[in-house]
Design a protein around this ligand. Sequence first.
Ligand code: IFM
Length: 443
Amino acid sequence: MPEAIFQFPRGFLWGCATAAHQVEGGNSNNNWSKWEETPGKIVNGHRSGLACDWWGGRWLEDLERARDSGQNAHRLSIEWSRIQPEPDRWDDEALLKYTEMLRWMTRNGITPLVTLHHFTDPLWLSERGGWESEDTPALFARFCRRVVKTLKDYVNLWVTINEPNVYILSGWVEGVFPPGKQDLKLAARVFTNLVQGHSAAYRIIHELQPEARVGVATNYRSFAPAHPGSPLDKLPLGFVNQVFNRAFNNCLVDGKVDLVFKKYKLPQAAGTQDFIGLNYYTRDVVSFNLLKPGAFFHQRAFPAGAALSENHFIANVPAGMWDGLKWAHAYGIPIIVTENGIEDSRDTLRPRYLVEHLHQVWRAANYNYQLKGYFHWSLVDNFEWERGWTQRFGLWGLDVDTQQRNRRRSVDVYERVCRENGLSSHMVAELVPDVLDALFPDH
Ligand code: IFM
């Protein structure tokens, strides 16, 4: 068989993404640890517990696995409550531990991308109102200054805030994340404060490290009309696209907030992103439903016929990745796929999902989109927020009780991609043969 390859640009970053609370274990001083203690908040009463025991030192074996399987980058986050356990106390030992991890990464050919806020807040901060409080952006900026000052020798790529859209939706609209509220007024306030926090952090990072590249990781959800051409479906579609997918990043372009029912200006946010972080997982079809005023007259479902993940949390719709890349490209700045993956403990759908999504990423690179890297979610199974341990996103599986890792077939797929810096027909024929004809017709 002649070999064909979808080749990626030279220097492309290939890695996985993790977040502190999900992998470290022993985080007992943030709002999530409290939330986990509250009955009914986490499926089956699961706790993050020891998680993947990164704080106990197992970050090393996991990152060694990443390195030894061809990855050249890794995205991780810093846990604010460890660095600043109390408002007036800083823990330099904790910062030293992150320094060790990052030093090891840079010495081992792993380019770090560091997230400064990934869903968790120190307990003392939530007790003062968390991101509902207008004091929080400045407190976050102070934390960022401390972290960036120490870690800048090892890190060039920073994400200030992970998925502000999911953080707001889950915490203040659906109420499944702490603080568990359903209050649109507060949601808008949190939006403002997150924009302010991001803008302040952006400026501080550039003040301390002019060459740094700073962005936000947005959870882009692809929305398609249930009845294409229907003017009725267009209304909710426009609404969810604007509020969920566009509002935050648009504001970082021109300082204008457009939450459809509420428009205002935050001029200090203008021009505060150097790259777009794209987290893409799935697509919904959206239809107008007069009976759902509480949900802004919209109803969502997965596209008919799409293969669904184990717990029906994600539909495999690679075309939605293309939508996300087009959305990101419109900002005219570099793009990093900061997350993409699927929960699949048996690894039955993941190889296909991975290859089909990477094919879309390659298409974008082929259109000369400024694509810099891809980070798979995730390296090893980790604590999946309100879904606890029921969802397994790792390339490596984790036995939570024994801390044993097991290498899934997807590692072989991703390893070949990383090493070949591309998607080859040989690899697909060997490891994911069911997509060969679709990806390489006439092979
Ligand atoms: O685990 C999460 C991550 O923390 C943020 N993005 C989505 C992932 C999968 O649900």
